[in-house]
Design a protein around this ligand. Structure first.
Ligand SMILES: NC(=O)c1ccc[n+]([C@@H]2O[C@H](COP(=O)([O-])OP(=O)(O)OC[C@H]3O[C@@H](n4cnc5c(N)ncnc54)[C@H](O)[C@@H]3O)[C@@H](O)[C@H]2O)c1
Length: 465
């Protein structure tokens, strides 16, 4: 029993370092399961890292504890996940009593660092949801804690694992367009998904680090991984022009709002039983209102964002993030000395069928496994040649098929060498949030920000894996 657990934990540490482990599968069974604990049983904790692990990997792992400061959500988590482990409001008590091998951190972004650091100090491996953290001081504290501990940190970057994104990595790795020189990357959040961030804690800078960190960490991680170098300098602009104080009116929350008949953003949470059970029915414990007004005066994040990022290998990136697009999608173009790659997902004018925009986010977050398959195009246009269209098969649910592949890597195949180095550890988590943190600082100061000035991590020409 101990041997299997030790082998798994060695694998976790090598996984975090992006390395490969020689050897076979771990041979977990009914008698020797990996002990897992979660801190934060909101939607991401209870569904993706909760129910999905119970449904898919119960033969090799077991939940030994759940922790949250909302007792109602803890009760809901036990039922929804179908487990009967003890629950806690105190993280240290949970770790002391249940001795988990792996702690999964799915609280708000601004307090990930507390549980990552305590988890490492208390002798657990830690898996943190993105973003790693929200400012450079917390980031440094995590770097120091991991160095002191003999345990490891994995960051759950699911977007890398989508087959479409992996195809782009493969083409760049194989020099399909010669030496990469510049990238244009533009992400469009629609008025359902984009707006949803302004209803919640994500709308407050000191909770989610702004969408430069909360959302763009995914995009910056993809860029760092595709470009295969570290970011060196960031210059950014951003403003808040539609949501927050800009709204024509505001109310208490959507349920009781006197403006619901004239507000284009009105969202009726009472029609979604899962959201009622998870959030609205537990408001009384902590005042967390899930259908808050997105025109609240307290909102202080940006709703339009644009940055230039210069990489250590001299690649330059033009990036933008929009939060009130009529459609949800993204577009990336890579320019190289031998041509150009163009890729996009969900640009309606380039699709044969139109998609209901209200469904887009639900489809992305879907963990049911009822995958809708599609073949998405990538255009490769080499200099002096005709363009070619490459079709990439992918799923729509679970972040483009990324979610389930990330799980399989962490829990089923941590020992397998991954030719695309998709497993992410502390350095990847840090480098992606540091771009967003630098962008925020650039807007505040009007100056370009050097990544090396933010923490002890020094940007490298070739990414360290
Ligand atoms: N990788 C992805 O695609 C993806 C998708 C969704 C969310 N996320 C990440 O997952 C995390 C959770 O997101 P969510 O939407 O579930 O948020 P949420 O607000 O719904 O859930 C957070 C939970 O943490 C609990 N919590 C907060 N502070 C706590 C504390 N100090 N002690 C104990 N419990 C505490 C809250 O009560 C709540 O139940 C975030 O960091 C988010 O960025 C990642």
């Amino acid at each position: 029993m101990e041997l299997s657990r030790r082998k798994f934990l060695t694998a976790v540490s090598m996984l975090a370092a992006g390395a490969a482990l020689p050897g076979n599968a771990f041979g977990f069974g009914e008698a020797n399961k990996l002990k897992v604990a979660i801190i934060g049983v909101g939607i991401r904790g209870v569904d993706f890292w909760g129910k999905r692990l119970v449904d898919k990997y119960s033969d090799i792992l077991e939940f030994v504890g759940l922790c949250d400061n909302n007792p109602g959500r803890l009760e809901h988590a036990l039922k929804f996940m179908g487990v009967s482990c003890p629950t806690f409001s105190d993280f240290e008590k949970m770790v002391t009593q249940t001795k988990p091998d792996l702690v999964i951190v799915t609280t708000r972004d601004c307090n990930h660092h507390e549980f990552i650091i305590k988890g490492l100090e208390m002798g657990c491996d830690v898996l943190s949801e993105k973003p790693l953290t929200t400012d450079e001081n917390k980031c440094q504290a995590i770097i120091d804690a991991e160095k002191k501990s003999n345990k490891k940190l994995i960051v759950g970057f699911n977007y890398r694992w989508s087959p479409y994104n992996t195809k782009l990595k493969e083409m760049l790795r194989d020099n399909a367009i010669g030496k990469l020189t510049s990238v244009d990357f533009h992400w469009y959040l629609n008025t359902y998904h984009g707006a949803s961030y302004f209803r919640r804690w994500h709308g407050i800078k000191n909770q989610g680090g702004s969408l430069w960190v909360h959302k763009a960490t995914h995009h910056f991680d993809l860029l760092n991984w595709w470009i295969d170098s570290d970011p060196e300098e960031v210059f950014a602009y951003g403003d808040l022009e539609l949501y927050g104080k800009n709204g024509p009116f505001r109310g208490e929350n959507c349920r009781v709002c006197e403006h619901k008949n004239k507000c284009d953003f009105y969202w009726d949470i009472t029609r979604e039983q899962f959201m009622m059970d998870l959030y609205a029915n537990n408001e009384k414990y902590d005042g967390y209102v899930r259908d808050n007004c997105l025109f609240r005066n307290e909102i202080d994040i940006y709703d339009k964002m644009s940055a230039q990022v210069k990489y250590k290998n001299n690649v330059i990136v033009n990036y933008s993030l929009t939060t009130y697009s009529p459609f949800e999608g993204w577009r990336v173009c890579f320019n190289g000395t031998d041509g150009r790659i163009e890729a996009w997902i969900d640009i309606p004018y380039q699709e044969k069928m139109s998609v209901e925009q209200a469904e887009m986010h639900a489809r992305e977050m879907d963990q049911s496994g009822a995958d809708v398959l599609s073949a998405e195009p990538v255009v490769l246009h080499n200099l002096w040649e005709d363009f070619k269209i490459i079709k990439v098969k992918m799923e729509r649910g679970g972040h483009g098929g990324g979610d389930k592949r990330l799980h399989d890597k962490v829990f089923l195949h941590p020992d397998k060498k991954d030719e695309f180095d998709r497993a992410a550890g502390l350095r990847d988590g840090a480098m992606s949030v540091l771009i967003g943190i630098a962008a925020r600082k650039s807007i505040e100061s009007g100056k370009p920000i050097q990544i090396e000035k933010l923490t002890s991590l020094k940007p490298e020409v070739k990414r360290i894996v």
